[in-house]
Ligand binder design. Structure first.
Ligand code: TEU
Length: 552
């Protein structure tokens, strides 16, 4: 890393999400690990990313893919050791790549020593005070204390032997912490310091909008359970005013370091002016904007999403983010091929009624959406495998499914495993180069053709498209500015300019459109007709020749 690092590096960083158990396996146990990541750091450097966000690698019983943590300051022995972690940080820094780690403050694992202590202690004890234990309602307290529901289905309450209930907004193996408790606050501030002292550059904050709950007695019911949360801070669980004081305190911790550590909030709150508050410079600095990830292949939706992001950003002063995929949603190379009249959740139903998708169309659109995203000002977050054009795996045999969504919805929804299938590195061989000992989720046969080996150096492959796009992103002077302006485009298309000379044109019209006369094509998402941009494609254009091209 540079000797005097830019404290604002994260505002324009391309961040690559590694879901460690599915990235690369160095010891043949079928689970990806830190050794696997270490050996693939040169691949990420060649891809051209600025930072890695590492999903949880901490000790965990894996009730929720590692988002159930039993020790916040160690490495899952199946994934390596703290020394391996230090090697990853040093290796990444040596290649100019920063490291962001995941912080999961809403809940611990039920195997965390605090929760084990709480279970062994009586009702009303200090040990129970770190979590949200309450007596039930109704006859003999047999009904949950409030109507709160779990994201994974069913009530957010589990009853323990002595009759009390504890709150879990996710799986029952993920008890929610009580953030009114000073010890909980101190523990997380010290956990941030623990990782910052080891050299991590930033933090991704899991369900950042849920920590400050209204725990006044008796507990208030949620006014609406349809997940369209009230947008005004009145919900007892989510996005309450009080949550911001937690992040103001964290900012003071981040600022103990030079350069200050960055952070990005995960909130599934619909993006609006309240969402942007998490990204204030006095708080986390960034918040995920999931609007692109929730959009269909639709010109007007894309234009609205981009306009709204700029409007919010201007007000709050935080950094802009863009996301097309992550480990929680079906991969966009499949998602963007969904026919317009299809319920977006239909193909996640376990009963096999999922729509038949045109995978070529999905991949074309994914590649075009990538060019649209990577030329916007701000910080794009990539999810491992999207640079290979990996599709969702919708037909994992049921006996292999592991996601708690699958289990807690009584096998009604397949859950998120289809986006978490281990990466293919080689064309053939057991587990396509993921590791010597198979893969924890089965990989489909066609993964070999999508492997790194099959795409490396192949003109027109998705991998080479990403590599080239990231090189141009670094070199083009127009992309180094914060300028952005919509440009004139053929009907049904969108176009924007960046600085002098750069233009991005995306064809969402369903028909071929002419390319502007005199423009030079820098990069195209696929083969172009003669002077024409086919439907479902995008191009980056240079509309004023510059010397910068020598650097690419
Ligand atoms: O996700 C928060 C969240 O709200 C989503 O899980 C969403 O509700 C869910 O994917 C719908 O199926 C974060 C993590 O990204 C996710 O992997 C964890 O399961 C969750 O928190 C609990 O830690």
């Amino acid at each position: 890393l540079p000797a005097a690092p830019d404290p604002d590096w994260w505002r324009t960083a391309v961040v690559y999400q590694v879901y460690p158990r599915s990235f690369a396996d160095s010891d043949g146990d079928g689970l990806g690990d830190l050794g696997g990541l270490l050996s693939r750091l040169p691949y990420l450097a060649e891809l051209g990313v600025d930072a890695i966000w590492l999903s949880p690698f901490y000790p965990s019983p894996l009730a929720d893919g590692g988002y159930d943590i039993s020790d916040y300051r160690d490495v899952d022995p199946r994934l390596g050791t703290l020394d391996d972690f230090d090697r990853v940080v040093a290796g990444a820094h040596g290649l100019g790549i920063r490291i962001i780690v995941d912080i999961v403050p809403n809940h611990t694992s039920d195997q965390h020593p605090w929760f084990q202590e709480a279970l062994a202690a009586p009702a009303g004890s200090p040990a129970r005070g770190r979590y949200i234990f309450r007596d039930g309602t109704g006859d003999d307290g047999a009904c949950p204390p409030a109507n709160w529901v779990s994201h994974f289905g069913g009530p957010a309450w589990e009853r323990v032997d002595d009759g009390q209930w504890y709150c879990h907004l996710f799986a029952k193996e993920q008890p929610d912490l009580n953030w009114d408790h000073p010890e909980v606050r101190r523990y997380f501030e010290d956990t941030l310091r623990f990782w910052a002292d080891r050299g991590v550059d930033g933090f991704r904050v899991d369900v950042a909008h849920s920590l400050a709950k209204d725990l006044s007695h008796p507990l208030r019911d949620q006014p609406t359970l349809d997940r369209m949360l009230p947008l005004d801070g009145t919900d007892p669980l989510y996005d309450r005013e009080e949550v911001h004081t937690i992040y103001q305190e964290w900012r003071e911790v981040f600022n103990e370091y030079d350069p200050p550590r960055m952070a990005v909030a995960e909130t599934w709150h619909p993006a609006n002016e309240r969402t942007w508050l998490y990204a204030r410079p006095t708080e986390l600095g960034q918040v995920f904007d999931f609007s692109l990830l929730k959009s269909r292949w639709d010109r007007d939706q894309f234009v609205d999403v981009i306009d709204q992001a700029f409007a919010g950003h201007t007000g709050a002063g935080g950094g802009l983010t863009w996301v097309l995929s992550n480990h929680d949603v079906p991969r966009h190379a499949s998602r963007l091929a969904l026919p317009e009249d299809t319920d977006p959740d239909a193909w996640l139903l376990a009963d096999g009624r999922h729509p038949v998708l045109d995978s070529r169309l999905g991949l074309d659109r994914a590649r075009a959406a990538t060019l649209m995203m990577l030329a916007l000002p701000g910080s794009p977050y990539l999810y491992q495998g999207e640079e290979l054009g990996l599709p969702e795996v919708p037909d994992i045999p049921h006996e292999h499914l592991q996601d708690p969504v699958w289990h807690r919805t009584g096998h009604r929804l397949k859950g998120r495993d289809g986006a978490r299938v281990p990466l293919p590195w080689t064309r053939s061989g057991g587990s396509f180069g993921f590791g010597e000992g198979g893969a924890w989720l089965p990989q489909p046969e066609h993964f070999g053709e999508l492997s790194v080996e099959a795409q490396d150096g192949v003109d027109g492959s998705t991998l080479e498209l990403y590599r080239r796009a990231l090189r141009i992103r670094r070199a083009h002077p127009g992309l180094a500015t914060t300028d952005f302006a919509w440009a004139e485009a053929p009907s049904g298309c969108l176009a924007y300019g960046r600085g002098a000379g750069f233009r991005c044109l995306v064809n969402l019209s369903g028909a071929e459109v002419p390319l502007p006369a005199g423009a030079e094509v820098l990069l195209a998402s696929g083969p172009l007709g003669d002077g024409q941009l086919p439907p479902d494609h995008a191009v980056w254009l240079d509309v004023g020749a510059e010397a910068w091209k020598d650097d690419v």
